[in-house]
Design a protein around this ligand. Structure first.
Ligand code: G3I
Length: 381
């Protein structure tokens, strides 16, 4: 982390479980290894991830990058970024036939200028359609509306590291035998729309890793189990069709105290996904602390515990190639804006590894330790 002379050393914000000097020396050594030696900076998460062939990153919005402290933290900690909003259909083409890419380009330019990769998100998603989008998908010619969107966004950003080609397309509670979410995309492109979108996407982004991105596959409850089953069925189907799909994005929006976590069950799921030849990224990690009491220290500790337990299991799987948080600092978390998710008691959510003042929290320490303890990832294919 960049040390501002006026800013007291922030490391105190992290309840270190190892002697501070040892931790920092280790961290500085890691930074030195990564060519980012700072006098007493905590180890950068990207340097720790790189030690086992992985990436660490975060979702960012273009306006957040105007905040110099946040931009400095992103540069120091992240090897890969996801535009939180700026590449979505609703953000790009609010007016039909008039796509605008400015905010997305700003994020890509920031990444290029700092040697960071970018994950494209989300080429096709039934949520966040432009105002005219749903009707266009439901009308005759809806398939060409969807395929035009897919072609345009991938042709505009053809060289990204990853693309989330299809996002949140499954919903077992909709009762379909194929587990699909009932949506305008099914109407427009048919029940095989996910495979179709991968075949299309490969035409325009030949070098990107093409991902399917999904939430709700983390915990041991029946609903999560049903979602894992639906994901595996989808991945098997993509393999059967020889669809050019490379990876599964597991969003990992976690919520301590809500549902039980069964590490063995989760590891088995990751192993099944890897066994189908897919790489995996944890793509949107954050810890919704809405069920926890308001006390900051105990909330931060519980958030760190949930992070540690989850990542210890996830990073044991060599096919897990990276971890991205959905945001990097609590200051900009979507959970503070969401009416539906996040705390409803007026207490500011603390879901991310760095606090409002960009200081590392116990969650940061949990991620760092998980990367330090992780086995080597499998080599990228
Ligand atoms: O920036 C515009 C602003 O100019 C405009 O005045 C305002 C009018 O509503 O909208 C603003 O855009 C908002 C955007 O976030 C930027 O803050 C959109 O309304 C709002 O819908 C959008 O919400 C995003 C949401 O996805 C829907 O796209 C959240 O930021 C984002 O965190 C959330 O992220 C999703 C992932 O893409 C998929 N997985 C779940 C995750 C959390 O819901």
């Amino acid at each position: 982390m960049t040390f501002h002379p006026h800013q007291s050393r922030a490391i105190g914000a992290v309840s270190l479980s190892v002697p501070r000097r040892a931790f920092l020396t280790g961290g500085a050594a890691a930074l030195a290894l990564a060519g980012e030696a700072h006098a007493d900076a905590p180890a950068s998460l990207k340097a720790l991830a790189a030690r086992t062939g992985r990436v660490f990153g975060a979702a960012v919005s273009w306006k957040q990058l105007d905040d110099p402290d946040f931009a400095a933290l992103v540069r120091e900690q992240c090897a890969i970024l996801t535009p939180e909003w700026e590449m979505k259909w609703g953000a790009v083409e609010a007016t039909r036939y008039e796509p605008s890419y400015g905010p997305a380009v700003k994020i890509v330019n920031f990444a290029d200028a700092n040697g960071l990769q970018v994950r494209g998100h989300a080429a096709l998603w039934a949520n966040n359609l432009p105002p005219w989008g749903r009707n266009a998908l439901l009308a005759r010619g809806g398939d060409s509306a969807a395929l035009t969107r897919l072609r345009q966004i991938l042709q505009r950003f053809p060289d990204l590291a990853d693309w989330d080609v299809a996002n949140e397309a499954l919903e077992p509670r909709n009762g379909r035998p194929d587990g699909l979410r009932n949506s305008a995309l099914v109407t427009a492109l048919g029940t095989n729309w996910i495979a179709r979108s991968f075949f299309e996407a490969r035409k325009y982004a030949p070098k990107s890793k093409l991902y399917y991105n999904e939430y709700g596959v983390d915990y041991a409850d029946q609903q999560s189990e049903d979602r894992r089953t639906a994901v595996l069925r989808l991945l098997e189907n993509l393999r059967k069709q020889n669809a050019p799909a490379d990876g599964l994005g597991i969003q990992a929006h976690l919520r301590p105290g809500d549902k039980p976590f069964d590490a063995a069950r989760y590891r088995a799921f990751l192993k099944d996904v890897a066994g189908l030849g897919f790489e995996i990224k944890i793509t949107e990690l954050d810890i919704d602390d809405k069920i926890l009491g308001p006390d900051v220290a105990s909330r931060d500790a519980r958030v760190a515990d949930e992070t540690a337990r989850y990542l210890d299991a996830a990073l044991d799987e060599p096919a897990v190639m990276g971890v991205l948080c959905w945001g990097l600092s609590d200051r900009y978390s979507w959970l503070r804006r969401s009416k539906r998710f996040g705390r409803q008691d007026g207490v500011a959510a603390r879901p991310l590894p760095f606090d409002d003042k960009m200081r590392p929290k116990p969650m940061y320490e949990a991620i760092a330790r998980a990367f330090r303890a992780a086995p080597q990832s499998r080599s990228p294919r």
